[in-house]
Design a protein around this ligand. Structure first.
Ligand SMILES: Cc1cc2nc3c(=O)[nH]c(=O)nc-3n(C[C@H](O)[C@H](O)[C@H](O)COP(=O)(O)OP(=O)(O)OC[C@H]3O[C@@H](n4cnc5c(N)ncnc54)[C@H](O)[C@@H]3O)c2cc1C
Length: 412
């Protein structure tokens, strides 16, 4: 593909840049370090991020690739990418931490939601007035998501749900959740699942924060006890929840792979300019320059892979398994870059306290939190399985329980 902007894309870029210049402050050497929201305490960032999302939405840039009739920008995924590139040049709160799930939920409702759900939920969710969370993972079902044990049992015109979810980002902030639950334990695991949307303010939901390594509590355990969900909140057919989950997660991985790393590289260059090796700026050291160049090359590789995926999307094709490549490379890259930043700081690298650490400890927090990119949205090993099986055509992973009724696997 041609990576240069077409005349239309260049015009959109100018429009985006002008809007951003009118509403935000450009990043400069002092504020160029982006903070990974999964790592710090997102509750403090949240009001600012939500206000920025609303401003973008009102300006026509908060939901670029959604149709105008639901309040979107009526544009495409490439325009969204252009906006994100331009936005990364400004000192604004990042909104992806909740908007990835919000956008996924809105796409889902547009395709499969009822008329009242589309009318009442899509616009406020795109604007960030409503927040969604993703109730998928359970203590025994993360990578093997089809192994969920949360049960939904039919009860009149609804369902009674009992079970436990875990690692649920933003559950403590959320108004709504998307949930996968087992509705038939007598059939193989992928076939007995159904997909629901859940009002997080309902009786029967208890949310408990999980303390993270970095000090924040951005995800939670969620206990579901005799939670009543109306059948109208089921998305897709009974027993067809797995198909819905797959479509939903493909969107999440592509969003994760789109994460902007250029500001992080720019910050690393700044750090290498200020740090000293043998009394000279570290950036003058050949080894340091080589490392930064290799990060830049890998970042460009991810960006181009994502652009290939976006080209498919803008042609109305489904994104392919190449999303897994972007996610796999990106996760490791962030971890390596942040570890290298701490090395550059020498003994200061181990100081975490914001009052004493260089750059207020942001690199330390980034490094501690960088592991999340290798887990959330699918672990490295699962990405490798996807690449091996679906891109390289290697033999499939062994899945002995694939065709067994769930209640005979030994955990139903
Ligand atoms: C920051 C963050 C936010 C998250 N937010 C959410 C959320 O909002 N909602 C939600 O539902 N979940 C969320 N998760 C959960 C995430 O999806 C799971 O952590 C992830 O899918 C891995 O599942 P697990 O933790 O149960 O690990 P497991 O699946 O138990 O994996 C343990 C280890 O075994 C490896 N492994 C497992 N199966 C295979 C295999 N077949 N082949 C090779 N290796 C394998 C894994 O790669 C991993 O190293 C979040 C996670 C993180 C880190």
């Amino acid at each position: 593909m041609d990576f240069n902007d077409t005349p239309d894309e260049a015009a959109f870029r100018r429009e985006a840049r002008a809007w951003l210049a009118a509403h935000a402050t450009p990043r400069n050497a002092a504020n160029s370090l982006v903070v990974n929201q999964e790592t710090g305490d997102f509750s403090k960032e949240f009001p600012h991020a939500r206000a920025w999302q609303a401003k973008k939405y009102d300006g026509g840039f908060g939901a670029i690739y959604f149709p105008r009739d639901v309040g979107g920008g009526g544009g495409n995924s490439l325009q969204n990418m252009i906006f994100m590139e331009e936005e990364a040049r400004f000192d604004v709160p990042a909104t992806n931490h909740f908007m990835i799930v919000n956008r996924g939920c809105c796409s889902l409702l547009m395709k499969k939601g009822s008329e009242p759900q589309q009318r009442d939920l899509i616009r406020p969710s795109l604007r960030g007035d409503l927040i969604w969370c993703q109730l998928f993972s359970e203590p025994g079902a993360g990578s093997d998501l089809a192994g969920v044990r949360t049960r939904a049992e039919r009860d009149g015109d609804g369902w009674i749900v009992n079970g436990q979810k875990i690692w649920t980002s933003n559950a403590h902030l959320a108004d709504w959740g998307v949930m996968v639950a087992r509705t038939d334990p007598n059939v193989p695991k992928h076939k007995g699942l159904s997909f629901f949307i859940v009002d997080m303010k309902s009786a029967g939901i208890t949310t408990r924060p999980i303390k993270q390594l970095t000090g924040g509590s951005n995800f939670n355990e969620v206990f579901l006890e005799n939670l009543r969900v109306p059948d109208a909140n089921r998305i897709g057919g009974v027993g067809e929840g797995w198909k819905v989950v797959i479509a939903f997660l493909a969107g999440e991985r592509s969003n994760i792979a789109i994460k902007e790393l250029q500001p992080l590289i720019a910050s690393l260059v700044r750090l290498a300019t200020e740090a000293r090796i043998d009394g000279r700026p570290a950036i003058e050291d050949g080894g340091v320059r080589e490392r930064i160049a290799s990060y830049y090359i890998r970042e460009a590789g991810v960006r181009f892979t994502v652009q290939r995926m976006l080209t498919a999307l803008s042609r109305n094709e489904e994104p392919g398994p190449e999303i897994a490549i972007g996610k796999l490379v990106l996760g490791t890259l962030v971890q390596e870059m942040t570890a290298f930043a701490l090395d550059l700081m020498g003994s200061h690298g181990i100081v975490m306290d914001a009052a004493h650490a260089p750059f207020a400890g942001v690199w330390q927090t980034e490094w501690l939190g960088s592991v999340v990119d290798r887990l959330g949205g699918g672990t490295d090993e699962i990405m490798r399985n996807v690449i091996g099986e679906r891109i390289l055509g290697l033999p499939e992973d062994v899945r002995v329980d694939k065709n067994m009724p769930f209640n005979q696997i030994g955990r139903g």
